[in-house]
Design a binder for this molecule. Structure first.
Ligand SMILES: Nc1nc2c(ncn2[C@@H]2O[C@H](COP(=O)(O)OP(=O)(O)OP(=O)(O)O)[C@@H](O)[C@H]2O)c(=O)[nH]1
Ligand SMILES: [Mg+2]
Length: 458
């Protein structure tokens, strides 16, 4: 993959690779052509590749800064593909900074966030989905998200993309061959083979997109927003799902005004719960502000939970624009209404919205487990076979959607025209869109944006 267009600079970069603060050990990482000379200047010793060296570290004035380990990874067998040196010193804030300064004084410059990973990418040590998997592993909100990020880091996602890409290439070769032998072209192209290959490709791409969408949801976490009439029990439900008293609950209608957020996990899926004031006409200025904030939260929600008091259930108050997201109707306070807990059958629903409906009591906890299961199902995370085998990002979903659109266009145009040249050109576009997922083709700005969101020292 020599098409990566970001230029590699020749600077030697250095950064503290461990988190800031006190600890047993801190690690400073140096990468670039001056890494080895810096190591030898700092240790006053000859440093050999892959041989841990217990040594003193010296400042420029030859005073001793600390004692620790020096590790040298010779290019290309290193994380970045360049010469890399790690200094393991004692984990104090000051001593670590002194050591970093000593590296900078000997010719390294401070690394930008993500610059080590960026160099690894530019030196073809990993592709873009692997680099992103690495960043997602570091930020993983749950164990399940961490496992899937590891799978991406190890190349599971790239492999799935590359497999599809190989099929696109095979088809392109077949079509190009047909174009090169014009007398046989018609036969070539009329054959059902191309149509069926296009169909298979479409299915494979659709599966991959679904997996990527779920992988992305798992990496970033889902947002669930509560809405419903005053006193319906939104805050009580939030507290019950969060298993702690996050929001204030009173019998005064209009208790909640601000949006209250709490991170929870249901079956390994990270979820941000948002309790709101709900949406209604308000005269009071503070309440109005609260309702504006509730609306903003609703706009970005993956799932909206509409809470109703089961003794006075209302028709859905959600406007049609909200319904692109999943809506779950919760009939609350069944300890007072006497309704049995759990998900209602479609036939029992009085509401014509067809949103799945579950009966619960936020006070006794009845039906809460059913609600949690319903949430997981609405997120598409229900059965093991539908969960994603790897982590992904919204960026990947966008690229895959574009590839799907290009493929659709390719099939349509081909059906109409049976023109090999057009199909070859359209398939080239599919190939390019898929390449953007792994970074085989990527614009500088995009790469810059991706890596700058990484942490320093990574
Ligand atoms: N018996 C019973 N009472 C409940 C239940 N859920 C909530 N309540 C009561 O209903 C009242 C309102 O509950 P909240 O959770 O504050 O309702 P809310 O929807 O957040 O209300 P606002 O923030 O004012 O919009 C409180 O007195 C709760 O104790 C329930 O399942 N059963
Ligand atoms: Mg409330």
């Amino acid at each position: 993959m020599s098409s990566n267009s970001l230029a590699l600079d020749q600077d030697t970069i250095a950064a503290i690779a461990t988190p800031p603060g006190r600890g047993g050990v801190s690690i400073i990482r140096v990468s670039g052509p001056k890494a080895l000379p810096i190591a030898e200047l700092l240790t006053h010793k000859t440093v050999h590749a892959r041989q841990p060296l217990l040594t003193r570290f010296f400042a420029e004035d030859n005073s001793v800064l600390d004692t620790g380990l020096t590790l040298f990874f010779q290019s290309p067998a290193s994380f970045t593909g360049e010469d890399v040196v790690e200094f393991h010193c004692h984990g104090g804030v000051m001593v670590t900074n002194l050591l970093l300064e000593a590296c900078l004084a000997r010719g390294a410059r401070l690394a930008r966030p993500g610059e080590f990973s960026e160099r690894a990418f530019l030196n073809n040590k990993m592709d873009l989905t692997q680099a992103e998997g690495l960043a997602d592993l570091i930020d993983a909100p749950t164990q399940q998200a961490a496992r899937q990020a590891t799978a991406s880091l190890q190349g599971a996602f790239s492999e799935a993309v590359n497999q599809i890409n190989q099929r696109v290439i095979d088809l392109r070769i077949y079509v190009e061959a047909a174009i090169d032998f014009p007398e046989e072209e018609v036969d070539f192209l009329n054959e059902g083979r191309i149509a069926s290959s296009l169909l298979e490709l479409k299915e494979a791409l659709a599966t991959l997109t679904t997996q990527a969408r779920r992988g992305a949801l798992l990496s970033r976490g889902a947002q669930i927003v509560m809405t419903g009439a005053p006193n319906a029990g939104k805050s009580s439900l939030m507290n019950r799902l969060a298993d702690q008293a996050v929001a204030i609950v009173t019998d005064v209608p209009g208790t909640t005004r601000d949006v209250i957020r709490q991170s929870i996990a249901i079956e390994g899926v990270a979820i941000q719960l948002c309790d709101t004031a709900g949406i209604r006409a308000a005269t009071d200025a503070i309440e109005q502000k609260g309702i504006e904030r509730a609306q903003a939260a609703l706009d970005t929600a993956d799932i909206i939970i509409e809470v109703m008091d089961d003794r006075e259930p209302k028709h859905s108050e959600l406007s049609p624009s909200d319904t692109a997201q999943s809506v779950i109707r919760v009939l609350n306070k069944i300890d007072l209404s006497g309704r049995p807990p759990g998900v209602l059958n479609a036939a029992d629903q009085e509401d014509e919205s067809h949103s799945p409906t579950v009966a619960v009591s936020a006070v006794t906890g009845a039906g809460i487990h059913d609600l949690e299961q319903l949430i997981i199902r609405c997120l598409g995370m229900g059965e093991a076979e539908t969960t994603s085998p790897f982590s992904a990002r919204e960026r990947h979903v966008t690229c895959l959607n574009r590839a799907e659109a290009a493929l659709d266009e390719a099939s349509e145009r081909f059906q109409e025209s049976l023109a090999g040249e057009l199909l070859a050109e359209d398939l080239r576009r599919v190939h390019t869109e898929l390449g953007a997922v792994t970074g085989a083709f990527g614009a500088d700005e995009l790469l810059g944006e991706i890596f700058s969101s990484f942490c320093i020292g990574k």
